[in-house]
Each structure stands twice: as C-alpha cells, then as structure tokens.
Design a binder for this molecule. Structure first.
Ligand code: SF4
Length: 248
C-alpha cells in the first residue's frame, strides 16, 4: 500500500522530520503541519492492516518511533518486532504490577531479544499510593511524557472496543499535549481479532489469563473478568474511572 503522506501539505517536498522546522510554511507552525500530516495519514491508513500502519510509521519516523506496552499480552510487540526487530519498547513500571506481569515481560523480552526500556517513577510505594489522586499521573503520565521528549512518534495498543471513550480513536493523530504523533495500529481490532492473532502466531499468554484476567494493569485496580463483561470492565471496577490518563 502506498501512502503519500511523508511530506507536509503546503511545503512541497520538504520533509517534516529531521530538518522538520527548516523552511516550513511561515504561516503555520510545526505542530500544525504535523497535525495535517497525521490527519492525512489517518485518512489513508484507517482500515489498513496493522503491519502496514507500522511500516508507514517506521518509514516516516525511523528511530524517532517508540512503542509502549503494558504486557497484558504481546500482540503489539509481536507486530512491532516483525516490522523492525530492534524497535524500542517501553514499559511503565508503576511499582504496583502483578509479579506475573513482570515475569511475563521478562519472558517476552527474552523471546524477541527486545530493546526494552523499563521506566520507573522513582516514588516509594507509600508516596501517592494507588487510589490517591496523583498516583496515575506521577507513575504513568509524567514518566511517559519524559520518555516521549526523545521521540517523534508513539505506538500504542489502544483499541476502539476498549471503552466508549475510545470508540472514535484514530489510527494516526498528532497529540498536541505530548508533542508526538500517536499511532494506534490495532485501533480497529476486536477482542476476537486479538485472540485470533494470538492463536495464529502461537504467542505466549499472560499467566493470569488462566485465572480470568484479560485486561491487566496495576494489581490493586485489576480483577478477573466476569461472564459477559468487556475485559476493560475489570479495571478500576466500582469507581468512575476508566482511564489512567495516558490516552487523554
Ligand atoms: S492504577 Fe493505581 S497503582 Fe496504577 S498508576 Fe493508577 S492509581 Fe497508581
């Protein structure tokens, strides 16, 4: 699939990466140009296979691309490594993950020889513990923001079926708050698509799947999925919270 969005509209053949801010259209700032480029890419790529979306992102951003994974499964990692074996993968370690998640992460790291960066908040467990107002912000949102300062684009495993708030999630979008282009290659996937991919690729499963956990984040706010539930219903159950803030 050919996607002619590597160059910003309005600036001829001047690439909006690397020398991004040189000779740009004087009437518009760099973020506006990236926003236009991301919108064009989204129009072209929505509905394309995840691998094609990743190939576009790699061609466009090269080493300026980073993948984040919560390691509830390894689908996104498998797709990303297939596109580029040495792609950088980041895990945000809040200090409250299940030991099984850390063990699974290490297993996946070994399996793929991952270029894995584990990012910690630096907080002690009793500083802003789970459930306090700033915990997600200090243990996830701010550490991610620091990571993204070094990158131009961020690949996530976000899916539209996750929550009502994600129903309209684009495949490619410029995030003006984080200052990066956000790429969601499996945005259109359903839970069945994920399962089919895991089976087809014979991927290792998170050890807690066998106990009914499928959407897996921090241990204090994750429970097993009950019959008929959306997996995300098992996160922050009993609260009015459904997002930790990474995707807001
Ligand atoms: S889910 Fe709980 S422990 Fe994890 S970052 Fe958010 S508030 Fe903190």
């Amino acid at each position: 699939m050919s996607v002619a969005v590597g160059y910003a509209p309005g600036v001829g053949a001047q690439q909006v990466g690397g020398d991004r801010w040189r000779d740009v259209d004087a009437a518009r700032g760099p973020s506006e140009l990236l926003d236009e480029e991301a919108r064009a890419a989204d129009r072209e790529l929505d509905g394309a296979p995840a691998g094609v979306i990743l190939e576009w992102a790699l061609e466009r951003f090269g080493g300026g691309l980073v993948v984040t994974s919560s390691f509830q499964d390894c689908v996104l990692v498998d797709l990303a490594v297939a596109a580029r074996p040495d792609i950088r993968v980041v895990f945000l370690d809040t200090g409250f993950h299940f030991p099984e998640t850390i063990a699974y992460l290490r297993r996946i790291e070994r399996r793929y020889g991952l270029d894995l960066q584990i990012v910690e908040s630096g907080l002690a467990p009793d500083e802003h513990p789970c459930g306090t107002p700033r915990c997600c912000e200090l243990r996830k949102v701010e550490p991610l923001a620091r990571v993204l300062e070094d990158y131009e684009a961020w690949v996530t495993g976000l899916k539209r079926v996750d929550t009502p708030e994600r129903l309209e999630a684009p495949v490619v979008a410029y995030d003006p708050v984080k200052g990066v282009v956000k790429v969601n290659p499996i945005a259109s996937w359903t839970e069945d698509d994920v399962e089919d991919y895991v089976v087809a690729r014979d991927l290792p499963r998170h050890p807690l799947n066998s106990l009914g956990y499928f959407s897996i984040g921090c241990a204090p706010t994750t429970r097993p999925v009950e019959q008929g539930e959306n997996p995300r219903d098992a996160r922050w159950s009993g609260t009015d919270k459904s997002e930790c803030g990474l995707h807001l």
